[in-house]
Design a protein around this ligand. Structure first.
Ligand SMILES: [Zn+2]
Ligand SMILES: [Zn+2]
Length: 351
């Protein structure tokens, strides 16, 4: 269990947090008692991994032989990848084969291989634990990396899906802010070292080359479309190879990342919340208009708040407990569909 900072939080809020956590835990216990198969947690995780990878391979084959259209391929793989994302998060929290390191690492590598635009999961683990401890603070690198706390506009829209552009366009400002946090004593030397490693190696060997390939692909496609380049042997060769990689690995992940980053960066609050106060860290984002996004991030907007209170439960259990959890959240005043936070860069503010 992570050690949440409870200093500076009012007694009323501390009691509320304990009450919510206890009720959610009780619901999870009830589900575990009712559905006995849930005890085979390691194998459920492995099973879901195998099914998702099989789904991706079958879709790719059907597309390759011309049975499946490209758009259906991209949508289908984005959906399977949303399950792989949840599995990665569960693996980061040590929920599958924690003691069988070899298998645990194979699973972690597999979910990365099929979502190759993402950060190295062994590095992400550090920032994800940091997210739990400092959610909504300037040093919450994981959420800030996916635009949490930025003002909404064309720039945020552009960088919501693309981690590389998000870094390139904001590096100077973020560097300045992190430097200040270091002076304030909130960012340790270990954090700084880790951040340096993240920037240098986090998107290697997959992420950076694939982003470059994607930009070249867009450029060449545009030049061909505008007749500024004529089709020849080399453009045909490039497109034939690039299309396979772009349609199977890049576009589904950009779509999935856009949906996940849009939901997560807006359901977490930023900047004006008390450190460690779980009541203020998230809202539930499950309005009807969020459904196209939820489809490719496995209902993240509905369920991620549960995870902030009860960390060590797998994602499918959160889906099963969502009805009860929302009842509890409503009773205790957790916000639902607070669109005001879109207007003021995810600030909690007074409502
Ligand atoms: Zn987590
Ligand atoms: Zn979170």
């Amino acid at each position: 269990m992570l050690n949440f900072v409870e200093m500076n939080i009012s007694t009323t809020d501390t009691i509320k947090i304990r009450r919510i956590t206890a009720q959610l835990q009780k619901e999870h216990d009830r589900l575990r008692a009712k559905f006995k198969f849930l005890k085979f947690q390691d194998f459920i995780g492995l099973g879901l991994l195998i099914i998702s990878v099989f789904g991706i391979l079958v879709s790719s084959y059907l597309w390759f032989v011309g049975v499946m259209s490209t758009i259906v391929l991209v949508l289908t793989i984005a959906f399977w990848n949303s399950i792989l994302h949840e599995l990665e998060h569960d693996l980061i929290h040590g929920l599958y084969f924690k003691k069988v390191k070899f298998l645990h690492n194979i699973m972690l590598f597999t979910v990365w291989f099929f979502r190759p635009l993402t950060l190295n999961p062994w590095i992400r683990k550090y920032w994800h634990y940091n997210h739990h401890q400092h959610s909504g603070q300037p040093i919450d690198i994981e959420e800030r990396g996916v635009t949490n706390g930025e003002r909404w506009g064309f720039m945020r829209l552009l960088i919501t899906a693309d981690l590389v552009l998000g870094f390139v366009f904001r590096v100077r400002r973020l560097k300045r802010e992190i430097k200040q946090e270091k002076i304030n004593g909130n960012f340790s030397d270990k954090d700084s070292k880790m951040l340096k490693n993240t920037v240098l190696f986090g998107l290697l060997p997959f992420g950076i080359p694939l982003h470059i390939l994607f930009y070249c692909w867009i450029l060449l496609k545009s030049l061909l479309y505008l007749n500024l380049v004529s089709t020849n042997y080399w453009t045909n060769e490039f497109m034939e190879i690039a299309n396979v990689i772009i349609y199977i690995f890049v576009l589904p992940n950009l779509l999935r990342q856009f949906c996940l980053h849009f939901i997560t960066s807006n359901m977490h609050y930023y900047g004006d919340i008390e450190e460690g106060n779980i009541l203020q860290q998230t809202q539930v984002l499950n309005s009807w208009w969020t459904w196209p996004f939820q489809l490719f991030c496995f209902n993240f907007g509905s369920t991620h708040s549960i995870h902030h209170f009860v960390v060590n439960e797998p994602f499918y259990l959160r889906q099963m407990s969502v009805k009860k959890a929302h009842e509890v959240f409503k009773q205790e005043g957790i916000r639902f569909n607070d669109t005001m936070s879109f207007k003021n860069a995810n600030r909690y503010g007074k409502r």
